[in-house]
Design a binder for this molecule. Structure first.
Ligand code: PRP
Length: 181
């Protein structure tokens, strides 16, 4: 077989959290969220882009009526460390006044993004504001006052990709969470 006929082998990061582990934990988080809100309608905000996979899996286990909203935020650009500067790249469609709002984040690393989002959304006068994050890196946290209501996994300070999380826009489609050195 000549060089240009060989199938391209993409790099597959080692598994840190398997598809099965993630699925189990997402169901558990959804159950806790269902217990909190009961039949109350909520607005669940997906913070693009990283949360898209977690959000869509979580959504399918929520039992209350959910209005879906999408908010584009970016703080990393193509860097592996937060720039600390949060940019809203896509804004919400509907007002949040009097709504029960749940922010859905893929990862809380320094916490700067979620802290920024909480201030950004609080002034829109929601009836309540809660936060869910699939991954949380306590060692990297720079916003000690940050409150996360639902945490999937606490993880060490390593760079993780997959299940929506990227490195320079790559690996978002991996069905599991892997680590990069
Ligand atoms: C990632 C992730 C969180 C944020 C967490 O977003 O989705 O929103 O970083 O980091 P922090 O706690 O240090 O602020 P990113 O800016 O990479 O954009 P993306 O979601 O489009 O990948």
């Amino acid at each position: 077989m000549s060089e240009d006929q060989k199938p391209v082998k993409f790099f597959e990061p080692p598994v840190y959290l398997s598809e099965a582990d993630i699925a189990t934990r997402v169901r558990e988080l959804a159950q806790r969220i269902n217990e909190t809100y009961g039949d109350q309608e909520i607005t669940a905000i997906c913070t693009l882009k990283g949360s898209v996979v977690f959000y869509s899996d979580l959504l399918r286990h929520l039992k209350m009526p959910v209005v879906c909203e999408f908010l584009g935020v970016s703080s990393y650009g193509n860097h592996t460390e937060s720039t600390g500067e949060v940019k809203v790249t896509l804004d919400l469609n509907e007002p949040l006044t009097g709504r029960h709002v749940l922010i859905v984040e893929d990862i809380v690393d320094t916490g700067l993004t979620l802290s920024y989002l909480i201030s950004y959304l609080k002034v829109k006068n929601p009836a309540s504001l809660r936060t869910a994050a699939l991954l949380f890196k306590p060692e990297a946290l720079k916003s000690p006052e940050l409150r996360i209501d639902y945490i999937g996994f606490e993880i060490p300070n390593r760079f993780v990709v997959g299940y929506g999380l990227d490195y320079a826009e790559k690996f978002r489609g991996l069905p599991y969470i892997g680590t990069l050195n």
